[in-house]
Write a protein of this length. Structure first.
Length: 225
């Protein structure tokens, strides 16, 4: 899952980014409001963690512009501003959650999971597709009841394909979803990762199709409902 962290405190941003990376998230970082606004207009994210006291363009304005574009992406505001009227104002602007600093990384991760579940319709964190079962909160998977061994990027790729099931995603979309904007990744790396996933999934009848010139899609098993 690709998220954006908008925070001008370099030390705090570095710590949060490393913690979220360890939890399996791909994190882009913006240290000021103008850069954040540009990324939010040009890139696709599953969620934003937004500080309010940003240089240049305030976080409230970043949020207002996001919602004015009718972007419904979940936004978790992480701010030192504690006044109740400020929280009400920001929630009314369209924030989905408001947390006063400091916050533990465990709580931040839990709030991110809660917001993404809400965005997906509030359903269970577990998903069954034929012989494939995914625990999206725990980032684990099983095939025919047996644990499926995957590294972090393979899990992220599988989760992304499942979220777009039966829909074609391009290699460029895969790169955007799985890698940070500072990483130099070739399309060949995506091809190799898809090949590894195919080798792990196809024995249980889970198929990743290639559409020449367009990309890939995970084919929904017939018994998945």
């Amino acid at each position: 899952m690709r998220i954006i962290l908008i925070e001008d405190d370099t030390l705090l941003a570095d710590g949060l980014r490393r913690a979220l990376n360890r939890a399996g998230y791909v994190v882009d970082h913006a240290a000021d409001g103008a850069h954040a606004d540009t990324l939010l207009r040009t890139e696709e994210y599953a969620l934003a963690v937004l500080d309010l006291g940003l240089p240049g363009l305030d976080g409230s304005e970043v949020l207002r512009r996001l919602r004015a574009r009718r972007n419904s992406m979940p936004v978790l505001v992480l701010s030192a501003r504690q006044m109740v009227d400020e929280r009400v104002r920001v929630l009314d602007l369209g924030a989905d959650d408001y947390v006063v600093k400091p916050i533990t990384t465990e709580e931040l991760e839990a709030r991110i999971r809660a917001l993404t579940r809400r965005q997906q319709g509030g359903g269970s964190a577990e998903l069954q597709l034929g012989e494939l079962r995914l625990d999206q909160a725990g980032k684990r998977a099983w095939l025919a009841g047996q644990p499926l061994e995957m590294n972090g990027k393979e899990w992220a790729a599988l989760s992304f394909l499942v979220s777009k099931i039966n829909r074609i995603v391009s290699k460029e979309q895969m790169i955007q979803a799985l890698y940070e904007d500072t990483e130099e990744i070739s399309q060949n790396a995506v091809e190799k990762m898809i090949s590894r996933l195919r080798g792990k999934l196809e024995p249980a009848g889970i198929t990743i199709r290639t559409v020449r010139g367009l990309g890939y899609y995970l084919e929904k098993p017939e018994d998945a409902g």
